[in-house]
Write a protein that binds this ligand. Structure first.
Ligand SMILES: C[S@@+](CC[C@H](N)C(=O)[O-])C[C@H]1O[C@@H](n2cnc3c(N)ncnc32)[C@H](O)[C@@H]1O
Length: 283
């Protein structure tokens, strides 16, 4: 990419058309993100800190009514931090993610601790469920990270992966999540999110009211080599009514909603929504 391509970019960019997701699956970047974002215990960026995950897993086990010996599937599991905690409590787990470094870390930890936890390096849009589970988790706003057509396919696969009356816990960003109508920001760093090299990042945040979706564009300039890379990330938002409809349409009956993964009450102004649903109809 050249500097002129930034000037000539399509403006305004459209969510899901001019970008989609961060390349979590790029080998070099996935290694960097694993260390600086997922495993760092100083922040909750790509994964939460361990203390929070432990609290979430204790709560999820109660809400999903899971017992030792049962099985749980984690879609977009990252480095398997939730799966490991479930397995430490006697629940067999399968995690699916397309980040090679994360899956390698997840497998290594499971092996070291002899956990009943299996990890699949797959894009969940291509993956097909091969086993049945007592529960599925889809956390940290990942339901928002797929375009509508892809999400419908994923929901169908969740239905097929669940046993009858099995539970789904989906942790979703609500429409109250802070959005920037339009903002451009630039910043520099000696090393940062994108790698250990001096970098200039030009960030553009776009909110599309009609699509109810956001697009973040990143133009990353490696200031040592001059190389420019384009990254993007989209989020799709849904009303409460749409979320109920989406679950029901995929054979899942919503049982309860909460404001977080520790059981906080859901309010109209909550930024997060946790929907616990149960499979009632096989599709
Ligand atoms: C914000 S992280 C959350 C990881 C994990 N759920 C957690 O809370 O620790 C998002 C994860 O989604 C994964 N991901 C994004 N798109 C994916 C796809 N299409 N298929 C599989 N994994 C995907 C990324 O590799 C990344 O590990």
């Amino acid at each position: 990419m050249k500097l002129i391509d930034i000037v000539d970019r399509k403006h305004p960019g459209v969510p899901w058309v001019d970008g989609e997701r961060l390349p979590w699956n790029e080998p070099g970047l996935s290694e960097h993100i694993l260390l600086t974002e997922h495993l760092d215990q100083k922040h909750d960026r790509a994964s939460r800190r361990r203390t929070k995950i432990i609290a979430h897993v204790d709560w999820l086990i109660r809400k999903l009514r899971l017992k030792p010996g049962q099985r749980m599937l984690d879609l977009t599991c990252g480095p398997g931090l939730y799966c490991h905690e479930f397995s430490r409590r006697g629940i067999g787990t399968v995690g699916v993610d397309f980040s090679p470094a994360s899956i390698e870390y997840a497998r290594k930890t499971a092996k070291e601790e002899n956990l009943d936890a299996e990890f699949l390096l797959e894009d969940i849009r291509d993956w097909e469920p091969r086993k049945k589970f007592d529960a599925v988790i889809f956390v940290y706003g990942q339901l928002n990270a797929f375009k509508k057509e892809d999400l419908r396919q994923i929901m169908l696969k969740i239905n097929r992966a669940l046993k009858h009356r099995g539970g789904l816990a989906a942790e979703i960003c609500t429409e109250n999540y802070p959005k920037k109508t339009y903002e451009t920001i630039w910043y520099t760093d000696r090393k940062g999110l994108w790698g250990d090299f001096p970098q200039i990042c030009l960030e553009e945040d776009i909110w599309d009211e009609e699509l109810n979706a956001s697009l973040i564009r990143y133009y990353l300039i490696n200031s040592e080599t001059g190389e420019i890379k384009y990254y993007s990330q989209c989020h799709q938002f849904y009303s409460l009514k749409e979320l109920f409809r989406l679950h029901k349409k995929h054979g899942l009956r919503p049982a309860r909603i909460y404001g977080d993964l520790e059981g906080k009450a859901f309010r109209r102004d909550s930024r997060w929504l946790v929907m616990i649903s149960r499979k009632r109809k096989a599709l």
